[in-house]
Design a protein around this ligand. Structure first.
Ligand code: BES
Ligand code: MN
Ligand code: ZN
Length: 499
């Protein structure tokens, strides 16, 4: 979808979207439409319950006096609460109301909002962002879909007084959306299409944007003694990969310690020999969600040329049961030298991350390391689908993540770490086992990862098992792969780690 910004003019045809504040207070363009239609807007509002509350909408079809095929009123609520997220939700709602009626273009009128903290251009850019995020669709495998069932819209005009300024603010947002779409595509692809080798190929496409991409194969990882990652991979016909990405955005040769992002990339998780029940096992195609977020994030950072030195590392394996698969009770040697008794082959993500994280610290000495993983069902029991679990060994980093999460609407909830939990994964025959008891499963998983974090590294772990995929559409997130984490971490970087 092509998005353009233009100075305010009423469209001669096609849909027009206008905003209405709480208590039916019409913004300028809505007011104008009301006048040229002889009061049609006011009459339509009075004919029903539309009051301009956020979440409300009202469509007037082909009102006389304008050429617009429909005028859509979107409720924007209390102007004092109108922030960037509200502007994005406005864009998302607008897109959904004008995308499927046969017209190829539509106009969203963005007027200044008195009493809002946000300037007109900022609102316009965020309306565009929300509309673009809402327009995502993964339909490449729907070969018989009738044209009428597809969105018809391919261009969107945002009309605003500050078109030039809005365009400038929009540019980086557009790049972040590119990253989000990349992640959503990768998460949506089935596991017969996306497996370690093909996911590594997708990562390599970022090289055209100036990201340095290096792919390590099984042999290389064996030489590095990544016994935990390789143990997971050994049951699959697909060979594992470790992909190392670098975005050096500070101009000169990278100096100083980077920030690093690590992603769990289990392209399919059957559970291995500790096999999962078949009901909903298809969901486990998105067990590579953490790795897809890291790739989408690197794409966003490179796209908007972020002034940061960032490392992204994704551990890619498929967890399968077979004659070569690892067994419950096997002991593996991690790259760190620590040994792990594999009690449950379905607790595989932490094994992959342990080696990926160690490699990262060994090679890049990051000051801060953040991992993302669809790690445990237990985090879904704890938090449902509305928060990612946040674990951190540093309060300042946790606070920064919470702040960024709130700003972008990807909420996180901090979970505890502690000695008592750590003891739960002591093993009788190795340095640790890969599962604790039934209780506190998300925490013991985080404790496991914590054993692979060096002392001088600020570390946070995001358990995104509950938020990587959604069965329900939200304002700017259509159902399916959410790319939860891309916007959050991009924001973290722009707020705290760019020079
Ligand atoms: N990938 C799963 C976690 C998961 C479960 C993600 C459901 C999304 C939805 C992970 O590898 C796993 O299987 N974890 C086990 C750990 C257990 C064996 C200690 C779990 O959560 O059941
Ligand atoms: Mn598993
Ligand atoms: Zn898994």
């Amino acid at each position: 979808m092509k998005i353009r910004f233009a100075s305010p003019t009423l469209p001669k045809a096609n849909p027009l979207v206008v905003g209405v504040l709480a208590d039916r207070k019409l913004l300028d363009t809505a007011q104008q439409v009301d006048e040229i239609t002889g009061g049609a807007v006011g009459r339509a509002m009075k004919a029903g319950r539309f009051r301009g509350d956020s979440g409300q909408s009202l469509t007037i079809l082909a009102p006389a006096g304008t050429g617009a095929s429909r005028v859509v009123l979107i409720g924007l609520g209390d102007p004092a609460k109108f922030n960037r997220l509200a502007a994005q939700a406005f864009g998302g709602a607008a897109y959904r109301h004008v995308s499927g009626h046969g017209n190829k273009t539509a106009t969203i009128a963005v007027d200044a909002i008195e009493g809002a903290d946000l300037g007109g251009s900022d609102i316009a850019a965020n309306v565009a962002y929300g509309a673009r995020l809402a327009s995502y669709r993964f339909d490449k495998y729907r070969t018989r879909e009738k044209p009428d069932a597809k969105p018809s819209l391919d261009g969107l005009t945002i009309s605003t007084d500050g078109a030039a300024a809005a365009r400038r603010l929009w540019r980086p947002l557009d790049k972040i959306a590119d990253g989000v779409f990349f992640t959503r595509d990768l998460v949506s692809e089935p596991a017969n299409v996306i497996y370690p080798a093909t996911l590594a190929k997708e990562a390599e496409t970022l090289a055209t944007m100036g990201v340095k991409v290096q792919v390590l194969d099984e042999k290389r990882m064996a030489r590095l003694k990544m016994g935990a990652l390789l143990g997971v991979a050994q049951g699959s016909a697909h060979q594992p990969r470790l992909v190392v990405l670098r975005w050096d955005g500070t101009g000169n040769a990278p100096s100083g310690r980077p920030i690093a992002f690590i992603g769990k990339g289990v392209t399919f998780d059957t559970g291995g020999i500790s096999i999962k029940p078949s009901a909903n096992m298809e969901d486990m195609k998105w067990d590579m969600g953490g790795s897809a977020v890291v790739l989408g994030l690197m794409k966003a950072l490179a796209g908007r040329k972020a002034k940061v030195n960032a490392v992204g590392i994704v551990g890619l394996v498929e967890n399968m049961p077979s004659g070569t698969a690892q067994r419950p009770g096997d002991v593996v040697h991690t790259m760190s030298g620590q040994t792990v008794e594999v009690i449950n082959t379905d607790a595989e993500g932490r094994l992959v991350l342990a080696d990926a994280m160690w490699y990262c610290q060994d090679r890049f000495k990051p000051h801060t390391m953040i991992d993302l993983a669809t790690l445990t069902g237990a985090i879904i029991v704890a938090l449902g689908h509305h928060n990612a679990g946040l674990f951190a060994n540093d309060d300042e980093l946790a606070g920064r993540l919470a702040g960024a999460a709130e700003a972008v609407g990807e909420p996180v909830w901090r979970m505890p770490l502690g000695d008592a939990y750590n003891k739960m994964i002591d093993s009788d025959i190795a340095d640790m086992k890969n599962v604790g008891s039934r209780w506190g499963g998300a925490v013991t998983a985080a404790q496991f990862l914590n054993r692979f974090v060096k002392d001088d590294v600020k570390w946070a772990h995001l358990d995104i098992a509950g938020v990587t995929w959604s069965n329900k559409s939200a304002a700017t997130v259509p159902k399916g792969g959410t790319a939860f984490g891309v916007r959050l971490l991009d924001r973290l970087v722009s707020e705290h780690y760019e020079s």
